[in-house]
Design a protein around this ligand. Structure first.
Ligand code: IMP
Length: 178
């Protein structure tokens, strides 16, 4: 699909992201220090780079699973309906679970996912989001850990896309239409 031309302005450097991921992993490891194993659930597809970096910094036994929920199409507007496109492979009843999300925007996706996973009766369920746009929130939803609060801008990179593009940028950048 043709897109309007745009440029990407760096917002958060790869080095800054790495330092923050290390700090988050320290806090998460401390919080779950008594776990036998932490099930780290990545929300596809935007969290794939974040989860890869985060799990390598956790000083805990971990298992990795993925869930795919739809909220964005190929546009820069969030839709309200959240559908589960791919469910977890494993069971989470009685287990320690950390959901890893790229961005909390309106909050609908995480609100829905948290509700869905809570119903499966995990022992503990926590949420870590790399980015948070508090100004965009439409439902009462807050992550237990947030990497960075950002303004209401459309961002790409470090796993995050614009119409499936730019996920491979090592930094997070702001999309600016030219
Ligand atoms: P929410 O349900 O509105 O909170 O939407 C969360 C999802 O929207 C995120 O997981 C992203 O996939 C997507 N999203 C929100 N903001 C952006 C953005 O700035 N760039 C790319 N995707 C975004």
């Amino acid at each position: 699909m043709p897109q309007d031309p745009y440029v990407i302005d760096e917002m958060i450097s790869a080095k800054t992201i790495a330092a923050r991921v290390e700090a988050l992993a320290g806090e998460i490891s401390a919080c779950f220090s008594d776990t036998d194993k932490l099930v780290v659930v990545g929300l596809l597809r935007g969290s794939f780079i974040f989860i890869a970096d985060l799990v390598r910094e956790l000083s805990l036994p971990v298992e990795v699973d993925f869930l795919e929920a739809s909220s964005y199409g190929s546009m820069t507007e969030s839709s309200r309906e959240v559908r589960i496109l791919k469910d977890l492979r494993g069971e989470i009843a009685g287990r320690d679970v950390l959901v890893v999300e790229d961005i909390v925007d309106t909050g609908y996706t995480l609100h829905h996912v948290r509700h869905l996973l809570s119903a499966r009766k995990p022992r503990r369920l926590k949420v870590c989001a790399l980015l948070d746009k508090p100004a965009r929130r439409e439902v009462d939803m807050s992550a237990d850990w947030v990497g960075f609060d950002i303004p209401d801008e459309f961002v790409v990179g470090y796993g995050i896309d614009y119409a499936q593009n730019n996920r491979n940028l090592p930094y997070i950048g702001k999309v600016r239409f030219t």
